[in-house]
Design a protein around this ligand. Sequence first.
Ligand SMILES: O=P(O)(O)OC[C@H]1O[C@H](OP(=O)(O)OP(=O)(O)O)[C@H](O)[C@@H]1O
Ligand SMILES: O=c1[nH]c(=O)c2nc[nH]c2[nH]1
Ligand SMILES: [Mg+2]
Length: 166
Amino acid sequence: MSEPNAQKAFPVSWEQLHRDTRALTWRLTAGERKYKAIVCITRGGLVPALIVARELNIRLIDTICIASYHDYKEQGDSQIMKGIGPELAALAADGGSEILLIDDLVDTGKTARIVRDMLPKAHFATVYAKPMGRPLVDTFVTEVSQDTWIYFPWDMGLSFVPPIVS
Ligand SMILES: O=P(O)(O)OC[C@H]1O[C@H](OP(=O)(O)OP(=O)(O)O)[C@H](O)[C@@H]1O
Ligand SMILES: O=c1[nH]c(=O)c2nc[nH]c2[nH]1
Ligand SMILES: [Mg+2]
């Protein structure tokens, strides 16, 4: 995130994520392109990839395992722990024109740049986008400002909320 001190919160429930990811899939079906495989960027891309795979009836799914936010909200060096597997070598050979790359969001675009370099012809889709990363995404659903932190349902739990007026 470019402005770590100026933060707005954008909490996303499971239902909203499901709805937004279905909306992403509808956008993906609007184009002519057909995909033979999904490559999701773990871990955040796993849940959207499940939903898109179900909607597009794609069963060939691989992962690229990258971590860059080691401490909460603090970006460090990107660690690539796994690239695409040998089963997808033939599909990746032309740069991935029949591969759909999925992540939950783009923020600074650092992760997106790494996967785009690996598969330059793949279609890159995310559910959410921030302005710095947006030019690197082919299809997304909702844009939030750069100083917004998106809270995903797997990172949250039910807790007491103090009344507005006390
Ligand atoms: O555009 P960027 O600034 O690179 O940020 C976006 C990436 O950051 C998050 O992943 P993270 O590295 O936190 O790992 P995770 O998916 O395992 O939570 C998110 O899931 C994206 O992959
Ligand atoms: O849960 C998250 N929310 C975000 O807004 C974000 N940006 C990068 N990585 C992120 N992870
Ligand atoms: Mg991630």
